[in-house]
Design a protein around this ligand. Structure first.
Ligand code: CP3
Length: 344
């Protein structure tokens, strides 16, 4: 049998602290890279970019050609799931995603039967990435966690307070639960197929784990993430999963303990001392530099990056941002950040 290649990032997710923390950058393929903007013009629209393996492989690999990163993340989007379920999804330039908002009846028309077939190009992208990547690089797959995806499906677009979805969950609990059931089931199928196609680890993006009281957090965030981890591991034993409940704050520990994720993405508003005081010392964490510090660079970036490295040096740690990199980020600042992390 061929020896199992050592992948520092995957090993960290599995709980093995590395001498130097491995790193990747949330949303590392994207508009801050001129080569991404160039490739983007070859697709008629954003979803076509996600569903064209040749282009999706190219943009996935772009950040790894420039930077010494330890992982590639599949190029796709969390909103391919509503698209695969038959909801109308489009990405308007400068406006972000626009969906035909769901009502109770539209929830019952969502069609899970054909979703995986619709997503077949994503699995082809992963197979090609697996073949193209050096063995020490970790290949990360992902999907949106059900609540976050539901906020877009119900609200029709991004919003600062997720008002429409939060209200729907309380006013129409049965229809809301049916929506979450469809999303949990489809996400399990989708992630299991990502592992089959070559992903080493998956991240569940719960970008809107905010603005929820305890009861809603347990029902809308923790329980669907827990069901996905459990259902996925029935299909892919021991599947490595990174959870990222952005904004979970005081619920972070409850989330980690209940969902069973291997590693926890930490947003940048969570104090690093809070993480060390409240999360088990052997729980792998990922994060948590404010993306704005990467835009500004210099001392604002360097001092905080060093503080994070130092605070997490005795536990399994994956260096990352505390949310996605933004288009105005100077590439030179990314290079400098990587130098700092590699100098550890
Ligand atoms: O390198 C990578 O991480 C690439 C894959 C990726 C994209 N989106 C590509 C993308 C991933 C992992 C995502 C996740 C995603 N998508 C999230 C969770 C992470 C987070 O930032 O909270 C969310 C909430 C979305 C939904 C979404 N997609 C929004 C709100 C937008 C518009 C604004 C934005 O953030 O850019 C998108 C579009 C999108 N997804 C772009 C990219 C590169 C830009 C579209 C373009 O090129 O025109």
């Amino acid at each position: 049998m061929a020896p199992v290649p050592h992948k520092p990032l995957l090993a960290t997710v599995l709980g093995q602290r590395q001498e130097r923390p491995p790193m990747w950058i949330m949303r590392q393929a994207g508009r801050y890279l001129p080569e991404y903007r160039e490739t983007r013009t070859k697709a008629a629209n954003f979803l076509e970019l996600c569903y064209t393996p040749e282009l999706a492989v190219e943009v996935t690999l772009q950040p790894l050609r420039r930077f010494d990163l330890d992982a590639a993340i599949l190029f796709s989007d969390i909103l391919v799931i509503p698209d695969a379920l038959g909801q109308s999804v489009r990405f308007a330039t400068g406006e972000g995603p626009l969906l035909e908002p769901l009502d109770e009846k539209a929830i019952d028309r969502l069609d899970g039967a054909r979703a995986l077939e619709h997503l077949a190009p994503v699995f082809e992208t992963l197979r090609r990435l697996r073949a193209a990547l050096p063995p020490e690089k970790t290949l990360i797959g992902f999907c949106g966690a059900p609540w976050t995806v539901a906020t877009y499906m119900l609200g029709g677009r991004g919003s600062a307070d997720q008002w429409t979805a939060r209200r729907f969950a309380l006013e129409h609990p049965k229809a809301f639960d049916r929506l979450i059931d469809v999303l949990v089931k489809t996400s399990i199928d989708y992630l299991a197929a990502q592992f089959e196609a070559g992903a080493d680890v998956v991240q569940l993006f719960e970008s809107w784990a905010l603005n929820l009281d305890d009861t809603s957090f347990a029902r809308q965030v923790i329980e669907p993430n827990r069901r996905i981890v459990e259902g996925l591991r029935q299909r892919v034993p021991n599947a490595p999963v990174i959870g990222f409940p952005r904004g979970a704050a005081g619920n972070l520990r409850h989330f980690a303990e209940t969902t069973g994720v291997n590693a926890l993405g930490i947003d940048f508003s969570t104090p690093i001392d809070f993480v060390n005081a409240h999360l088990p010392p052997d729980l792998p964490v990922q994060g948590n530099l404010d993306p704005l510090r990467l835009v500004v660079g210099g001392e604002a970036m360097e001092s905080q990056a060093r503080a994070i490295l130092s605070a997490f040096k005795n536990r399994p740690h994956i260096f990352n941002l505390g949310h996605g990199i933004v288009p105005e980020t100077p590439i030179g600042h990314v290079e400098r950040l990587i130098e700092i992390v590699k100098a550890e």
